[in-house]
Design a protein around this ligand. Sequence first.
Ligand code: NAP
Length: 283
Amino acid sequence: MIILDGKETARKKSSLLKTKIEKLTKAIGRSPKLTILLVGNDKLSAHFVGLKKKSCEELGIECQISQQSETIPQDELEQKINELNQDESVDAILVQLPLPQHIDTSSIIEAIDYRKDVDGLTSKNFGLLAAGKPYLIPCTPKGIVTLLKEHGIALDGKRAVVVGRSNLVGKPTAQMLLKENCTVTIAHSKTANLKQIIAQAEVVVLAMGQENVITPEMVREDAVIVDVAMNRHAGKFVGDIYNSDNLPLLEKRCAAITPVPGGVGPMTILSLMENIVTAAEKA
Ligand code: NAP
């Protein structure tokens, strides 16, 4: 069984990206720049923002964190985004989610200029991906396909199932796999016959955030499994299927699997860095 090591793949690809950023910095006379809007004081959000800033700094991308109060009104937050949209020194804008409850998240995302939307979450970027003309692709789906390709996993003509239909992961991952010529099924909590659908799939992407709904016995032999989930279990992160109890059987049955942690997570951050560079290049 191949372990689809996202940490190592992201490390290798980051060093190539760093060289590209050095050239770009020379060409445009400044570093590419990301601004992250961080609203409120949620500790986990602050932690994720810190990781993104660290990755930017390691690669030579300027990362500005724009801290906003927990009680910021919707129109004020939209105004901040409009200012960043107009600011030519800012190549990329990211709004750290989740936002406080009084904020309409969807309107905030839509306020971002799609050319600076490095999370790829605006309807414009979503539609362009669905139309087969991607501009900025959501980071986790992009990272998944990069990881599979870097490990030489053939996707053309394969039967794939994506379990999860969120705008963040499930739907765009299905679009990406379709673009790679997979025959794709999207499953969710109301899917009937999930067991039969899983049993047929050569590529299984799990993005439920629910442990052990899909067990190793359910996947077909030689399946490639991408476990996107980050479930907290006894103080550790585990996947929807990837955990120490399931690993021996997974090793016997499947062709390849992403570990949790160290699989999709590092590839998501790498894709964010790539999207910032793409946004700066296209600008
Ligand atoms: P989400 O918005 O909660 O979506 C979960 C999806 O799973 C929904 O579509 C839901 O179906 C489906 N689902 C839940 N229980 C199910 C069941 N028993 N059977 C079949 N489908 C079921 O979550 P998300 O934002 O997409 O994230 C999914 C997971 O990926 C989470 O664990 C998250 O932490 C992780 N994640 C990891 C990364 C990374 O970089 N590694 C990035 C993003 C997310 P319904 O639509 O019917 O409710």
